[in-house]
Design a protein around this ligand. Structure first.
Ligand code: PEP
Ligand code: MN
Length: 337
């Protein structure tokens, strides 16, 4: 249930509504827009149906929510959410680019990639320290040692850092080093993990599950938001289809669809979607043209020797060229990079 307050509603009236909702055993989530306040009542809607909320002074209207996701929906919040990470804003007119290696392999390599992507205009540095690998025998990541390198790379370049969290037990430690927590595709429906990152205040990049519908993906965002963390960035990274020419199939229509369904920023990861470095640039450009708020791109100084996802990683030179081309596309759609 969504309760829209009148623009002239007083603080006392707003507090009264919040108290009333809580008194019925429901949670009250407040969204303060420029014009008016909207209160989301989260819980069993049946309880509220018998309460004449519209009779309360200050209440303009009460909207029943048919969508199973509430906090993430455009009904709850009409203005677009801008997630702020230091000086970087995701969801505004500027398009943000997160770039870096799939996995943090060693200090020197990470530092050199970090410098290169920064020089080309990336806004955030990505790098995995805990890697979700299909094979238990593949490189699993440097864990905390890698996070230390990542934090050092941030000191050197000034770029905020993004890294994946796979296990609720690691959140506290990872959050000490990272600026943004990434939930990988394989964990999109790890509900314990979603609840735990919801209790943490760090911005979250929530990747779309390998076979997840947009609705299921938004329900996962709802888990994080219901815990109190509204800084969620959705990341389309390709879904599994019958097509085998690419690693996954990039569902670019998810970008405009999500813009209608949610106020959360949407970014696109063409690297994991296509799985081949020479297909990354065209899809990155298409993503910007489709209205994405940002990109996540894998870059490696020596992809041939990469311990993870070398085949889809751009060399720094190709990344620079892509960034130059993206600036033109961004301008054409009224954005900037
Ligand atoms: C990654 O970003 O390196 C990664 C493992 O991505 P995904 O979860 O989308 O497969
Ligand atoms: Mn990867």
């Amino acid at each position: 249930m969504i309760i829209v307050m009148r623009p002239d509603a007083t603080e006392e009236q707003k507090d009264h509504v919040i108290k009333k909702i809580k008194g019925l055993g429901l949670q009250a989530h407040v969204s303060q827009g420029t014009e008016r306040m909207v209160i989301g009542a989260i819980g069993d809607e049946a309880i509220l149906r018998s309460v004449p909320l519209e009779a309360i002074p200050g209440v303009e209207k009460v909207l029943p929510i048919l969508k199973p996701f509430k906090l993430a929906s455009t009904d709850f919040r009409a203005e677009r959410t801008i997630v702020r990470i230091g000086n970087v804003e995701i969801g505004g007119t500027k398009i943000s680019v997160m770039a870096g290696p799939c996995a943090i392999e060693n200090k020197t390599l990470l530092f050199s990639i970090a410098e290169e992507v920064k020089r080309s205009g990336a806004n955030l540095l990505r790098g995995g320290a805990f890697k979700p690998r299909t094979s238990p025998y593949a490189f699993q990541g440097l864990e905390e040692e890698g996070l230390k390198y990542l934090a050092e790379a941030r000191e050197r370049t000034g770029l905020p850092v993004v890294t994946e969290v796979m296990d609720p037990r690691d959140i506290e430690m990872i959050a000490r080093y990272a600026d943004v927590l990434q939930i990988g595709a394989r964990n999109m429906q790890n509900f314990r993990l979603l609840k735990e990152v919801g209790a943490c205040k760090k911005p979250v990049v929530l990747k779309r599950g390998i076979s997840a519908t947009i609705k299921e993906w938004l329900m996962s965002a709802e888990y994080i938001m219901a815990g109190g963390n509204h800084n969620v960035i959705l990341c389309e990274r390709g879904i599994r289809t019958y097509e085998t020419a690419t690693r996954n199939t990039l569902d670019l229509s998810a970008v405009p669809v999500l813009r209608q369904m949610t106020h959360l920023p949407v970014i696109v990861d063409p690297s994991h979607a296509v799985g081949k470095w020479d297909l990354v640039a065209p899809m990155a450009k298409a993503a910007v043209a489709a209205g994405a708020d940002g990109l996540l791109i894998e870059v490696h100084a020596n992809p041939e020797e990469a311990l993870c996802d070398g085949e889809q990683s751009l060399k720094p030179k190709a990344f620079k060229q892509l960034m130059d081309e993206l600036r033109l596309i961004a301008k054409a759609v009224g954005r900037e990079i």
